[in-house]
Design a protein around this ligand. Structure first.
Ligand code: FES
Ligand code: FE2
Length: 408
């Protein structure tokens, strides 16, 4: 699992790296508060078909969800050899399993006899893959995908269509992320090239140590990008979240840091107010969290619920049709659960966040989506220059699918 080695040097003191990262981010946030929020060059109109277009949806299904590397889970979700999870939100039903050799692999959840599902569940499912027995005729597969048993084996002699092990998908494990390309004919994943500089921002989170605490599903009656947009700007804090986030964080202030198609966007807390008047050398130490966006659909948020009690939240958004979003949401104890109190605080972080996201963010996303359907055919929504993270996401998706954002 130690795929982080050689990234920033072995034996890093990651807590120290995290503290240095945090200090740099705080400095950026304070500088931003003294000047103005990070801005894109200009407002960006998006034609309504960006969200409601069927052909666009098909292009995203194919070029984004079947062919981009996607986060299937974190390393800790299949910590032990012989454990597995299901990953079926991108399209095909996929088993992600850790073999006896410790390696994580992804396979189509499809028996190589006549195609039945080996695991007849849906994500989120986790369990054992030590022996996967097909419910149809009882072919037996190992956690490394090898065919180990065929009742009536003599019926399959003289069959020359190749071995009948499970069909493996491109996958890799890096920095605690298990990345999968949901296309068995797709290219292998080069995680270092895929993450590039973003690895420098992700590595200090030590995702390879994260221990899962609670998982669930949130849904929105909207296009997946409408739901995703709600994670990338703080322009809505004072209104939509006036009784929650707006009590702790500035409205309409963000530091936006792009890393290729990925980014980190952070929203300063009111704790920074006191720093505005102080010399930098007198600043008390604060932990700065942030929204880490992994192109195309994953948001990783690292933060604290109480002093020295941190959590990592992972949101993975998928389309379930053009107008429905499924968000797989999971909360982890970043460096393992340290106490019952810590575990309870992670559960509380899950419940509180799920409630806000579902009843506030996804509520307005659903309303916006419904309204766009009946809006005039040439209607555009508009992203303000003060929402730079959203510009980046939409431009990069448009680039991958080869479709314009305006004048459609
Ligand atoms: S389809 Fe799986 S054993 Fe026949
Ligand atoms: Fe929000």
């Amino acid at each position: 699992m130690n795929k982080y080695e050689n990234l920033l040097g072995d034996n890093k003191d990651w807590a120290e790296v995290r503290a240095q990262n945090s200090a740099k981010l705080i400095k950026k946030q304070v500088d931003m508060l003294k000047t103005q929020t990070d801005m894109a060059e200009a407002a960006l109109p998006l034609h309504k078909s960006v969200y409601i277009g069927e052909s666009r949806h098909s292009a995203e299904r194919n070029k984004i969800f079947l062919n981009q590397p996607l986060v299937a889970c974190l390393s800790g979700d299949i910590a032990e050899p012989g454990t597995a999870i299901l990953f079926d939100a991108a399209g095909p039903s996929i088993i992600v399993s850790r073999g006896k050799d410790g390696q994580a692999r992804a396979f189509l959840n499809m028996c190589t006899h006549r195609g039945a599902k080996l695991i007849e569940e849906h994500e989120p499912w986790s369990g054992s893959s030590k022996r996967l027995s097909c419910p149809f005729h009882a072919w037996l597969f190992d956690s490394d995908g090898k065919l180990r048993g065929q009742p009536g084996k003599e019926g399959f002699t003289n069959c020359d269509i190749g071995q009948r092990d499970l069909i493996e998908l491109p996958s890799t494990e890096y920095l605690g992320l298990i990345l999968v390309r949901a296309n068995p004919d797709g290219e292998p994943i080069d995680a270092k090239a895929f993450l590039a500089d973003f690895a420098q921002a992700l590595a200090p989170l030590e995702l390879w140590r994260a221990e899962p605490v609670k998982k669930g599903i949130m849904t929105a009656d909207s296009n997946w990008k409408f739901a995703l947009d709600t994670y990338g700007e703080s322009y809505h804090f004072a209104t939509l979240h006036n009784s929650t986030i707006a009590k702790t964080n500035y409205n309409d202030k963000n530091v936006f840091e792009p890393f290729g198609r990925h980014h980190r966007v952070s929203f300063p807390s009111f704790k920074l107010r006191e720093l505005l008047e102080l010399d930098e050398k007198d600043w008390p130490k604060f932990d700065a969290g942030g929204v880490h966006f992994l192109f195309p659909n994953t948001v990783i948020f690292y933060g604290s619920v109480a002093k020295d009690m941190f959590f990592t939240q992972v949101f993975r958004l998928f389309p379930d049709g053009v107008g429905k979003t499924i968000c797989h949401f999971a909360v982890y104890a970043p460096f393992g659960v340290t106490s019952e109190e810590h575990k309870a605080s992670c559960v509380a972080a899950f419940d509180a966040t799920a409630n806000v996201v579902q009843t506030e963010d996804y509520r307005v996303a659903s309303h916006g989506y419904a309204n766009l359907i009946t809006a005039p055919k040439d209607h555009h929504v508009v992203l303000g220059a003060n929402e730079p993270a959203l510009h980046a996401v939409h431009k990069h998706i448009a680039e991958v699918i080869g479709m314009p954002l305006t004048d459609i």
